[in-house]
Design a protein around this ligand. Sequence first.
Ligand code: SAH
Length: 234
Amino acid sequence: MTPDLQAEKAEVRQYFETTGFERWNRIYSDSEEVNKVQRNIRIGHQKTVDEVLDWLQEQGNLEARSFCDAGCGVGSLSIPLAGLGAASVDASDLSAAMVAEASRRAEAAGIPKERLRLGVSDLESLAGRYDTVICLDVFIHYPQEAAEAMVRHLAGMAERHLIVSFAPFTPLLALLKQIGQLFPGPSRTTRAYTLREAGIVAAAAEAGFTPVRRSLNQAPFYYSRLIDFERRDG
Ligand code: SAH
């Protein structure tokens, strides 16, 4: 990782320990204290989470599968996934504040600790082998090349499925962003990167994965491509 990216990651961590935590903890909740933009982001993000849960349930056999939720935030995916009976979920996030909140929510939801293990970690430090690795709406903090490297890293940890979501680069969004009309991203205080889908798919292919399902989840101020990759090299 270049010094620039290191510095940026330190900023992202600092943000999600403080103001970003306040903001995103509210967005990813049912609190009434959200503005219209935040409410829309909440709706869009929930579509992504619900879709992943649907896909996983359709694939079935949750009781026998192990999951890694990389950059888990406050546990929006991991908690319901563990609640649905997933054998084991390892969830981690760069921000200790987000992980503490995830832990509080998991306890409130009555999730057994042995089924959902929470830890503070950045994506780069993750290791291990899982049936399925999932990384939702984290790549907004990664420029193209770093995101592609991360896709290869996460794919190396996945035995069967890799599910990722990211804000796709589109010429229209780029234009809107330029003229400051719309900023598809978690905050105005951290940089937000949109990614070229072809590069993400190529990175997964290099790691032996092929896309088997795709969707685009949208709400005003939320725009997220979701892809389920499957290992094709046995
Ligand atoms: N995946 C969760 C959270 C998305 S918000 C969900 O969909 O609900 C983005 C999260 O990514 C934040 O919690 C932030 O702390 C985390 N994050 C950002 N950069 C990260 C990194 N390099 N490693 C791990 N987590 C990171």
